[in-house]
Design a protein around this ligand. Structure first.
Ligand SMILES: [Zn+2]
Length: 1010
């Protein structure tokens, strides 16, 4: 028996492996793999399956166990003359079916590869396994010639299909996906799998890079007691990417079809030649040298590792196809053991699929009773059977009969025309059953008027019943039999069971799937509802409460699928099921090594399945399908079918609160405000930000409590590029809900720009915008515009018009440093017109001191107060003043003028003459433009010299006594509108002449200091 606690030790190794292989997979993305490049990535997925096998089978899946079995059998075989075959003379023929899994392409196009390409691959396999490949002589070094061996295997495309009909050995199947990964093996097997006792299944399809192939590793023949020998029969075979299959058609330029040779080697038990480890790890073959690692390039100079020459030419290395050439005698002996003893290998050489089917002259087979199935939706129905002409003769008359519980219902003669190999459905007259359960039997009696040559395939029967119906709205009443719930328990092991739970001092009915004790991984158990009539109900909803605490080891994980049948329960499509959760998405609380018994409502989560896709169907049944993982228990309760969308998980992104729309590159976080707009509490959801089309961060937020109508804030790493950034924020899957539309998306625009400006500064826009930035974060529409003023006033202004509802418009200064000043103040002129009564538009000044990560609103006007004439004056004392002292001593200050428009589409706003002073005086003395002012004069103790220049200038200030002697002088670079203060300590007292010299002006003044 598999023991999941012992397996824990093995799985520590396996988890590490999985982690490594995930890294390898991601490294390979974006690269275009060819068969001839040095891609030291894991192109062969077989080892992945060997590890999965170890997980699933415990000790019986380990190398240690398998290799000791191979050794024992190898010795046994050598002692037994029967096994001592002459390698060169005996050829074993093995039947192959090639399943071409395409995506709707025509034959010969894309993944739907041509027959010629398939035949080319079969030729290559046969040459490689019979030491006849054209590369052998050129590639095989003389020192390896002695050990090179002929495996004596001939691959033959199957000549008959599982039904015994003639076949080309090629099976083309339309698949649901563009590409398939290593975790899709079960899906691939479900799409197409012929009995692996009789066929080698080869699947050819698009694989997700870097994997180009994988194979099912063989198992020993001592595993009869195990519930699920792995690989499961449906997945046993070889899977190859269609770009590496054969050497022609879609095969990449350097493919010589040896991906299939390599994977087929695994299928017959060969390991990678380097043993998937270093020099201390062997491939369990004595005549292959130890190797430190895989080789990924053709090597001209022999490569030596582990004290011997690497056999890079071996098919089980990762060398490019063109430099491979051999298997060794030791490898062939190993393949012989597998072919003689391993399940699903040993039976292949005697498979009937190697031969054309032996056909009778006259043979109709009853393939299927199409109607009734196991369930009937109505007691009255039309019986239908499907027959196939397996004989050589055409058939034009069939007599068949149907019976219910042994009593004949009808015997009917059908005039038909069925060519050999063709199938046909035959319809009987409508019958009406009256028993709850009926054994329905159909039989072909005569073919062309006589009994046919093979009567063993002429009869089938089905036990059919009409399931219980229930009306809507429906709530599970807590007693199973009378209410029409049924179980499908394929393995007759543990299955769904009604239980009565004690939760928070109240008893509740529930269903339990005992995954904790259920040692049969991969088994499906169905809990099937009664029949519901959804006609006339446009938006039906299934809701139920789920509790699941996973076993603390990801190798033992349950899956729960909610599948829907529209034919009274006869067919449930699991692939298109509207609900499919496992592991972390299924868990409603943390993992545990103990068996899970719920004790509180808190451990349950409401699960929702929108059934609107089945609205209008009148024979609907719901199946809760568990895939057992031998992990832990699943509980379901409060199962209800609601006639409308009673419950809803819904999250909305309210706004991006950080950073501001213009940043300097220092920002590290995006902060989102998220609202729960549904009607259920939410404890987990995903959030992501994509920047200019690339996902930057995608994170799961869990262990949170977000009640309906509540809000929360989440952080994501910022990853903006310089310049304009289009950022798409997404929130999705509240409580792992899988219904459409439970999440939200918000696009926002940002500019990353680190332009700087000297202080003080003045921006009158008469020379354009300079490094100022205008942005509309919601849509990247046009924002603040330069407005060359018409009429008498020749100066420019900024204007904002054509505002769109619920958009914001920002005018942002370059960054500036106030590190050198203890005081700062801002003046600006603004005006507005057209704001309606009741307007909720606001105009504000936001200041950031951290490069745009956060901001603080220092001034705001809103509504009708925005209707005001612009001051339009160069005299800042007439404008609006904002004290910036809170930002003095800060190095990275930026101003954001923000208009948040709700509905004022016809309004206009103006902005002009923005001046930064290194002073907090709201009423400064300002000289005329290009002038300076000395005040007070006469002065007692202190006096000031103010400037108001058009541009930055270096100014020199000199003080002379009346006698003409210089008393003091000083120079100020980058002077614009500063006010410099002087004291008696500079000059003493008396009468002075002040000489002020700029770049384009010079003036003198008399000054008296007492
Ligand atoms: Zn491999």
């Amino acid at each position: 028996m598999v023991n999941k606690y012992n397996a824990l030790i093995l799985n520590l190794v396996s988890v590490l492996f999985l982690f490594l292989s995930i890294i390898q997979l991601s490294i390979g993305q974006g690269a275009t793999p060819t068969a001839d490049v040095d891609n030291s990535i894991d192109q062969c997925g077989t080892v992945f399956f060997e590890k999965k096998q170890a997980q699933a089978m415990g000790y019986f899946g380990t190398r240690q166990y398998f290799e000791s079995w191979v050794d024992t059998k190898g010795v046994e075989m050598k002692q037994n003359a029967q096994g001592n075959r002459t390698l060169a003379n005996e050829k074993r023929r093995l039947p192959v079916v090639v399943h071409v899994i395409h995506h709707g392409e025509a034959i010969g196009v894309g993944a739907n590869i041509s027959e010629a390409q398939i035949l080319d691959q079969i030729r290559i396999l046969n040459e490689d396994f019979q030491m006849q490949n054209p590369d052998f002589a050129a590639n095989t070094p003389s020192e390896f010639l002695d050990v090179a061996a002929n495996a004596g295997i001939e691959f033959v495309l199957a000549k008959q299909d599982p039904q015994g009909m003639s076949s080309s050995g090629i099976n083309r199947v339309l698949g649901p996906k563009e590409t398939y990964g290593l975790n899709d093996a079960a899906l691939i097997g479900q799409l197409a799998s012929w009995d692996p006792e009789e066929y080698i299944n080869i699947w050819v399809l698009p694989l997700t890079p870097p994997t180009i192939g994988f194979a099912g590793f063989p198992v020993s023949n001592e595993l009869e007691g195990l519930n699920n020998p792995s690989p499961t029969p449906e997945t046993d075979g070889v899977t190859i990417d269609y770009n590496y299959f054969g050497s022609i058609g879609t095969a990449v330029q350097n493919s010589r079809g040896r991906t299939a040779t390599h994977e087929m080697g695994h299928f017959f038990g060969l390991r990678h030649i380097w043993g998937d480890g270093g020099c201390e790890v062997d491939d369990y073959v004595t005549d292959t040298p130890l190797q430190s690692q895989s080789n990924n390039t053709c090597i001209v100079t022999p490569r030596f590792t582990c004290d011997s020459r690497d056999m890079v030419e071996n098919f089980m290395d990762y060398t490019p196809d063109r430099c491979m050439s051999l298997f060794t005698e030791g490898q062939v002996e190993r393949m012989d053991v597998i072919l003689n003893f391993s399940p699903r290998r040993a039976s292949l050489p005697t498979s009937r699929a190697l031969f054309e089917p032996q056909l009778f002259d006259s043979d109709i087979e009853l393939l299927e009773i199409v109607s009734p199935s196991v369930y009937i939706c109505d007691y009255s129905f039309t019986p239908i059977i499907e027959v196939v002409n397996k004989g050589k003769d055409p058939v034009n008359k069939v007599r068949a009969s149907i019976k219910a519980n042994g009593l004949e219902l009808e015997t009917k003669d059908f005039d038909v025309s069925i060519a050999p190999g063709e199938t046909l459905e035959l319809e009987f007259d409508v019958v009406t059953l009256n028993a709850e359960s009926t054994v329905f039997t159909a039989e072909v009696l005569l073919v062309n008027g006589f009994e046919d040559d093979d009567t063993s395939n002429n009869r089938r029967s089905v036990t059919t019943a009409l399931p219980v119906s229930q009306t809507l709205p429906y709530a599970y009443p807590g007693h199973v039999e009378a209410s029409g719930w049924e179980y499908i328990n394929g393995d007759q092991g543990f299955t769904w069971t009604p239980v009565n739970l004690q939760l928070d001092n109240a008893r509740q009915e529930a269903f339990l799937l005992n995954g904790f004790d259920y040692n049969g991984q991969g088994e499906l158990d169905y809990l099937v509802s009664p029949v519901f009539d959804l006609s006339g109900i446009p938006n039906p909803q299934l809701s139920f409460d789920l509790a699941y605490s996973p076993f603390s080891n990801s190798a033992f994980t349950e899956t729960l699928i909610v599948a829907v049948s529209t034919d009274c329960g006869n067919t449930f499509n699991l692939l298109t099921a509207p609900y499919n959760k496992s592991g972390a998405t299924l868990a409603t609380l943390g993992g545990s090594l103990n068996e899970f018994f719920p004790s509180s409502e808190q451990q349950f989560r409401k699960e929702l399945v929108n059934l609107s896709a089945y609205a209008g169907q009148d024979n609907v049944r719901i199946a809760f399908v568990s895939i057992n993982g031998y992990g832990n228990n699943i509980y379901l309760k409060n199962i209800a079918i609601n006639t409308e969308e009673t419950y809803r998980y819904q999250l909305g992104i309210n706004e991006v609160t950080q950073p501001l729309p213009v940043v300097n590159g220092d920002q590290i976080l995006d902060k989102l405000s998220i609202d729960n707009t549904g009607n259920l509490p939410v404890s987990s959801f995903y959030v992501s930000n994509s920047i200019n089309g690339l996902v930057n961060e995608s994170s799961l937020f869990n262990a949170i409590t977000l009640d309906a109508n509540a809000s929360t804030s989440v952080d994501l790493a910022n990853g903006f590029d310089p310049g304009l950034n289009e950022v798409v924020y997404q929130v999705s899957s509240p409580n792992f809900d899988q219904n459409f539309g439970a999440g939200d998306e918000l696009t926002s625009y940002f500019i990353q720009d680190d332009s700087k400006i000297l202080v003080p500064w003045r921006q009158d826009f008469d020379s354009g915008l300079g490094d100022w930035i205008s942005i509309n974060p919601e849509n990247d529409f046009s924002s603040w515009q330069l407005n060359p003023s018409s009429g008498g006033n020749s100066s420019n202004q900024m204007v904002l018009d054509d505002m769109v509802s619920n958009n914001s418009y920002w005018l942002v200064s370059p960054e500036f440093s106030l590190a050198e000043t203890g005081r700062a103040g801002l003046f600006f002129d603004w005006g507005g017109t057209g704001f309606s009564s009741g307007s909720q538009t606001s105009f504000s000044l936001i200041v950031s001191k951290d490069g745009g990560q956060t901001g603080q609103s220092l001034w705001e006007m809103s509504g009708e107060a925005l209707n005001k004439d612009i001051d339009a004056s160069d005299d800042p004392t007439l404008g609006t003043f904002v004290n910036l002292n809170d930002f003095a001593r800060e190095e990275k200050v930026r101003l954001y003028f923000k208009v948040n428009n709700l509905n004022d589409s016809d309004a206009l706003l103006f902005l002009d003459n923005i001046s930064l002073y290194l002073s907090d005086d709201p009423d400064p003395v300002v000289p005329e433009l290009n002038q300076s002012l000395v005040y007070p004069n006469p002065a007692i103790d202190n006096f000031h010299i103010s400037f108001n220049l058009e541009n930055y200038q270096d100014v020199k200030i000199e003080f002379f006594s009346l006698a003409g002697q210089k008393a003091y002088d000083v120079s100020f670079p980058n002077t614009l509108n500063q006010t410099y203060t002087f004291g008696k300590m500079h000059l003493g007292t008396g009468l002075f002449v002040v000489k002020i010299t700029g770049e384009n002006f010079m003036l003198t003044k008399k000054l008296v200091v007492y």
